[in-house]
Design a protein around this ligand. Sequence first.
Ligand code: AQP
Length: 338
Amino acid sequence: MTTPTFTPRVFSGIQPSGGLTLGNYLGAIKRFVSMQDEAFETIYCMVDLHAITVWQDPADLRRNTRELAAGFIASGISPEKSILINQSQVPEHAQLAWIFNCVARMGWMKRMTQFKDKAGKNAEAASLGLFGYPTLMAADILIYHATHVPVGEDQKQHLELTRDIAAKFNHDYGVDFFPLTEPVIEGAATRVMSLRDGSKKMSKSDPSDASRINMTDDADTLAKKIRKAKTDPDALPSEAAGLADRPEARNLVNIYAALNDQSVEEVLREVGGQQFGTFKPLLAELAVTKLSPISEEMARLMADPSEIDRILSRGAGQAREITAPILEKTYEIVGMVR
Ligand code: AQP
């Protein structure tokens, strides 16, 4: 059998399960923007079907979906260069997910750490959708035959599962139909941590607003959150090795490096020896400079949600030109009468 060559294509998504955070921006969106100028077709998605795996108020979900789309565009994702969609407008995602529910094994699913983290001690009360989340994510990616997926570090295990599903489908049906997608986990901030606890990921659904930087925070709020961020009493080291056992210090330096497109080593050459009383105002100033234009543009775009809806509707039409034939071929391979 000849191995097919797949069009270099990028897919990635973010849940509209709250406001966009600095973690989403540095871990994912910055890469989304740079990849649209490389040799890829790019498709970026507000994964609203994923969001409802935990309860979402319908009005908030609608608002968060539009605000996330505004955040993508304000960060530099161009609807002319990339296909921008919300997942529920492209039904082939959910249709392929059902096929993958029948390919993925229970043993694989039970190893997924995100389910364990999110369901916590009360797994019996979690939705079936939360457990099945990774097969829908595999379908999101493979319904485009995407070759590359830019994500933060926390999604690595789901990407491995996506490859396992593709390989098992190809093996079971004796085809080379789905690609083995490559994760793209790059940059100084692939795992931005909570400002209150350096061992916890910064997350949009963390009950503490002080734990995260929201992309819509104004300059004062941003500076206040950075000033109050948990740190230790020591000065910053001059080399990265000196951050090894200092998660909060490492997090703030990583954020600085990622915002300023520098390596951690470059940052420490400049700020090594400084106390946090000196470094935090520098970080706050940098964050305001980089993030304020994005939040201002988001506010401008949110003033006309109908334009956002038009962009998402057009994106869905473009997306379905790719997804409908791939779903049709999948059904044919599986043996569905068409
Ligand atoms: N803290 C983070 N650091 C780096 N990358 C991150 N991402 C999320 N948080 C961080 C990346 O953002 C993309 C979208 O994530 P998501 O919203 O679909 O799901 P998530 O990872 O569960 O994000 P949250 O903010 O923690 O959402 P909730 O609170 O609803 O669960 C992914 O590429 C992710 O790696």
